[in-house]
Design a protein. Structure first.
Length: 298
């Protein structure tokens, strides 16, 4: 199995999470080869990871390439090792013991799959809550698909995302890896969309489970996260729809609400609320202008 599947864990200033994820992967019923990509950490992550006794390969990058660039480095390394499958894991994820083996039961069916993903205060909480990681895309419109676990165990869907993607390496290489222009947010949505458009089948495996703390590398409420999220929503629409402006104006009214809410909070809010709202508007503006890559703003 290790020569067929390589797990890639992305670390950025979060050694505690990474070590916990490493140990969970090693404790699984199916144990893959493991690569930890350090995405240019500025803390003591390297020193701490080098002391870990669990066997893995540490791939050090000299700067933060974002989720897309960091995972691409791991995928290339896995491909060079002849891996058939790559299991991409956020550092703040904790796979349950049978998570990978359950995903692999469907390897002949799906080019990409993701497990049921749950969240709570701690991974050992008895009743973690599932959250949305799959969707159907009728006429390009996102329609959430939910299942908290059923006898079928897996469902074919149009889109999956999340903290634990299992991908067939040949499909990833074939469509050109993650688009590093997104840097952070929406990059996996874009990759899965391209694989689906190329004919790969997409699976949500509700019989597999991975716990995910979420927000371990970049808090979703921070101004910078808000900037990336809204900018990349626009970049994604520009990339995948023949009439992006029409879709933004008529197909997704949520954008009007986001802009109106941000303008209101800039007018009456203070401090962090204003900074987050300014970041939202800047994200929309830069997305419309086609600005991509990392930012040092906010």
């Amino acid at each position: 199995m290790p020569d067929r599947v390589v797990a890639v864990i992305l670390n950025w200033n979060c050694a505690d999470d990474t070590v916990r994820c490493l140990e969970a992967v090693r404790a699984g019923s199916t144990v893959p080869e493991i690569i930890v990509v350090d995405n240019g950490s500025s803390d003591d992550s390297i020193a701490r990871l080098e002391k870990v006794e669990v066997p893995f390969t540490l791939l050090r990058l000299d700067r933060n390439l974002g989720y897309a660039g960091g995972m691409n480095a791991g995928i290339r390394e896995a491909h060079d090792r002849g891996a058939e499958w790559v299991w991409l894991l956020n550092a703040d994820a904790v796979p349950r013991p049978h998570a990978l083996s359950t995903l692999l039961r469907h390897e002949d069916r799906f080019a990409v799959s993701t497990p049921l993903q749950t969240t709570s205060a701690q991974p050992d909480d008895p009743n973690p809550e599932p959250y949305l990681v799959s969707a159907m895309l009728p006429k390009g419109k996102v329609r959430p698909f939910r299942c908290a676990g059923c006898a079928e165990g897996a469902h074919e869907v149009d889109m999956v995302t999340g903290a634990a993607l299992l991908l067939r390496v040949s499909w990833v290489i074939g469509v050109g890896l993650f688009d590093e222009r997104f840097f952070h947010y929406k990059e996996e949505f874009d990759l899965v969309r391209r694989i689906g458009d190329a004919g790969g089948r997409i699976g949500f495996v509700c019989g597999s489970e991975v716990w995910h703390r979420r927000g371990g590398s970049l808090s979703g409420s921070s101004p910078r996260a808000r900037y990336y999220y809204h900018r990349n929503e626009i970049l994604y629409v520009r990339k995948h729809y023949s009439r992006p402006l029409r879709r933004l104006l008529f197909g997704e009214p949520i954008h009007y609400k986001n802009v109106a809410r941000s303008l209101f909070r800039i007018a009456v809010g203070t401090g962090e609320h204003r900074r987050r709202s300014l970041a939202v508007l800047a994200g929309y503006w830069d997305g419309l202008r086609g600005i991509h890559g990392p930012t040092e703003r906010f």
